[in-house]
Design a protein around this ligand. Structure first.
Ligand code: NAD
Length: 418
């Protein structure tokens, strides 16, 4: 099939590469021409190591190319996949301007029989807005399908998640027989692997994405609240969770207490769902608590460090890991940022090491912290160590080296992994 994917970010680029790898002819479009130029030089614009080789292979085989022209992408394709950002804007609402811009371009350059498949995370009702925007921009009316196909991949595991997700959710307008068969063709490799394909109405599909992220976020905040209670009441969180998670109805996933969730999705989507609720006169009591717990969790951790290391003024705090999770260079809403801000305000000296996130961390903190090249050099002259991201290289530390470098040997394990 001929496919145009709009947005060469974590979702769009992964989708474009996977569709090409499945034998389709794909053009990946991004409005950022610097990003497109980089991709044409076969360089990934972000840290997602699993993508590099497959991307290069598909460029060589001429199944994947890049463009900054919406016209070129839409005129080429039978299917247009929209995977542009929907970042938070005023009052935590999702900013739909990027999605609607792609819709307007589809209206302008589209033709009979094309499908607009939306992968961006959008509030319920957006697909109807997309349809209106396309029709308004169309020079002459044409027949098209709008499909909601939310994405659930995780950064760091993007390709693996895309080619073998837990499920594929597809929201259709009415019967939409043509769109239904297009989707089956598009996801044929996943269907071969017995991935469940769930067809539903378009509004439900939009809600499924937010409800899933809201539930994951709630799990994290719940487990953090239990951990905070264990500390207050004198229980061992690890022991408590071992007992709790043994119940099959509860399970182990997303049940690790720590400094809270971050990244470009969970915080943004929790806020957006609270805000969408208000539009319908609905108060998400549960989610407001999820958000509140997560907002304060990194600050509680920093307060604990400040208290234990008192007086912290002038002391050197070493940090292992700053990205919001391992396997990515993404710092969006990373708890590390709040923690380091609080430590600097308390006049601590901070040294950081992260295998992938230092460049982005430098953009935020500039010369206010010291940047180190490896996990041992960051410990030199440090008074204590904070583990903030559970990168594999931190999980089996050389205790001898640590003992010889760390002044008083105190470690604050923000991810409960050591
Ligand atoms: P991103 O910020 O990494 O990338 C978005 C890309 O879209 C950027 O390269 C930007 O230049 C491009 N863009 C913006 N406007 C454009 C336009 N008009 N035409 C072409 N390109 C345009 O975003 P992302 O993390 O890939 O997320 C995309 C969407 O998928 C969001 O709605 C997000 O909530 C959702 N999502 C993200 C993840 C994730 O793990 N990152 C997972 C599931 C869903």
């Amino acid at each position: 099939m001929k496919i145009a994917v709009f947005g060469c970010g974590y979702v769009g680029l992964t989708a474009a590469i996977a569709f090409a790898q499945a034998g389709n002819n794909v053009i990946a479009v991004d409005s950022d021409s610097t990003r497109v130029a980089k991709l044409r030089r076969r360089v990934l614009p972000f840290f997602e190591p699993s993508l590099k080789d497959i991307m290069r292979r598909n460029i060589t085989k001429k199944r994947l190319r890049f463009s900054d022209s919406a016209k070129e992408g839409i005129e080429f394709a039978d299917i247009v996949v929209c995977a542009v950002g929907t970042p938070p804007r005023l009052l935590s609402k999702a900013d739909l301007s990027y999605v609607l811009k792609v819709a307007a371009a589809f209206g302008k350059y589209g033709r009979d029989g094309q499908a607009f498949i939306n992968k961006s995370t959008v509030p319920v009702g957006t697909s109807e807005q997309i349809r209106k925007r396309i029709s308004k921009a169309a020079r002459v009316p044409f027949k098209f399908d709008v499909v909601s196909n939310p994405e659930f991949l995780r950064q760091g595991l993007a390709y693996r998640d895309f080619v073998k997700p837990d499920r594929i959710v597809v929201g259709l307008e009415g019967d939409a027989r043509r769109a239904r068969s297009l989707i089956k063709k598009l996801y044929a490799p996943q269907l071969k692997k017995k991935v469940p394909l769930l067809f539903t109405d378009i509004r439900s599909a939009e809600i499924i994405k937010y409800a899933s992220n809201a539930f994951l976020a709630t799990k994290v905040s719940f487990v953090n609240e239990i951990a905070n209670f264990c500390e207050a009441a004198g229980g061992d969180t690890k022991e408590v969770l071992k007992g709790v998670c043994a119940d099959k109805r509860i399970g182990n996933e997303f049940m690790n207490p720590g400094i809270g969730f971050g990244g470009s999705c969970l915080p943004k989507d929790v806020n957006a769902l609270i805000s969408i609720g208000k539009k319908y006169g609905f108060q998400f009591e549960q989610l407001r608590a999820t958000k509140k717990i997560n907002d304060t969790q990194p600050l509680k951790f920093a307060s604990k460090v400040i208290k234990e290391m008192a007086p912290i003024k002038g002391k050197r705090v070493a940090i292992w890991g700053v990205t919001f999770k391992p396997g990515t260079d993404d710092l969006r809403a990373a708890p590390s940022v709040k923690i380091v801000e609080k430590l600097l305000r308390a006049k601590a000296k901070v040294s950081v090491y992260d295998p992938a996130g230092l460049e982005k961390f430098k953009e935020i903190f500039k010369g206010r912290v010291t940047y180190c090249g490896n996990k041992n050099s960051v410990l030199v002259h440090a008074d204590c160590l904070l583990l903030l991201t559970e990168w594999p290289e931190f999980l089996r530390p050389d205790k001898k080296i640590m003992r010889s470098l760390l002044k008083d040997g105190r470690i604050f394990d923000g991810r409960n992994v050591l």
